[in-house]
Design a protein around this ligand. Structure first.
Ligand code: TRP
Length: 319
């Protein structure tokens, strides 16, 4: 059960479709590793996703999909408060209040906005305001740490700035969160030797079926260094001790097919239990949805208490 003495961790996950092993080793796994140490709030950032995904069926399926993904890798709802952003109306409510103290020039310095502008995109207010919603996500729960990928560090710093500004304007209300940049256990190499990324189309899906794993592995570009296929090795070292692998790869110099078969089997050994666990949850969607709903009820208690304090502080509370 949750203990009061534990430090609080909070992070949000975008429901953006099928994860790959790069996502797993780069980010997802950490939440599982940290769930015993921290009182954890992990939520699905579905309102954030809405700014780029205007396909209701897809958003709906992605929300359930990401929930299944995280339950399958071992996020334990007994330990973690797992919920979705849109269930807690306080997130958007607090966003508005923050909107009234954050200036446009300040938000114009955010990377995401600058990138969109540089690409000459027509920028919707949601995209512009993205960091403010994220600040509300964070500050409602007074977390000590917010583990994020390097690309999100600025957003956590914006949340700190907003907290400071609010505190200065209306009196001490929000705790300043620390961004914790997830030590990328591995920057996972994709099948073409570049960083594994959906946009590079070089991924191995985390819940791939055996045949799919095989196909991905056989498709690895065997760029070799004196008979050692570097890209095969780079992926393989996530699943086996590196010293042991060095020995094996030396013995099998030039035997690319054999090494790939071995990697396929190692991947299957790692993926199969996760895949089966995901399927088990998938067969019981009502239970999975109950987990999400109950997580939301717990989160709501915390958020609504904070929001009450905020309403009082800004002066709209009259009853
Ligand atoms: N923007 C984050 C991402 O794209 C997701 C996110 C939304 C988040 N709200 C958050 C992360 C609050 C940490 C804290 O990955």
């Amino acid at each position: 059960m949750l203990s009061m003495s534990k430090k609080v961790l909070l992070s949000g996950i975008q429901p953006s479709g099928k994860p790959h092993i790069g996502n797993y080793f780069g980010a997802m796994k950490q939440f599982v590793d940290l769930q015993d140490k921290y009182e954890s709030y992990i939520f699905i950032a579905d309102y954030h996703a809405l700014h780029s995904l205007r396909d209701p069926k897809k958003l709906h399926d992605n929300i359930i999909g990401v929930l299944l993904d995280y339950l399958a890798i071992g996020l334990n709802p007994e330990k973690v408060i797992l919920y979705k952003q849109s269930d807690i109306s306080e997130h958007t409510e607090l966003t508005w209040i923050f909107d009234t103290i954050v200036t446009m020039p300040y938000l114009m310095r955010a990377h995401a906005f600058k990138d969109a502008k540089a690409k000459n995109k027509e920028i919707d207010v949601g995209t512009f305001n993205y960091p403010v919603l994220m600040a509300a996500d964070i500050l409602l729960y007074s977390p000590d740490i917010v583990p994020v990928g390097a690309d999100q560090k600025q957003h956590v710093e914006i949340a700190r700035d907003i907290a400071e500004k609010f505190n200065k304007t209306f009196g001490e209300s929000f705790k300043l969160p620390e961004p914790v940049i997830l030590k990328e256990v591995a920057t996972v190499t994709g099948v073409d030797g570049r960083k594994m990324s959906k946009s590079h189309n070089n991924t191995i899906p985390l819940f791939a079926e055996y045949e799919e794993i095989k196909k991905c592995v056989m498709g690895i570009i065997t760029d070799s260094d004196e008979g050692i296929p570097k890209n095969v090795f780079a992926i393989h070292k996530l699943f086996r001790d590196e010293a042991e692998l060095n020995k094996i790869y030396k013995e099998k110099t030039g035997k690319y097919k054999e090494l790939k078969e071995m990697l396929t089997e190692d991947l299957e050994k790692f993926i199969a239990p996760l895949r089966e666990k995901r399927k088990k949850f998938e067969r019981d969607i009502p239970r999975v949805l109950t987990i999400l709903k109950e997580g939301g009820e717990k989160a709501k208690k915390v958020a609504s208490k904070k929001m009450e304090e905020v309403r009082k502080k800004v002066g709209v509370q009259v009853y």
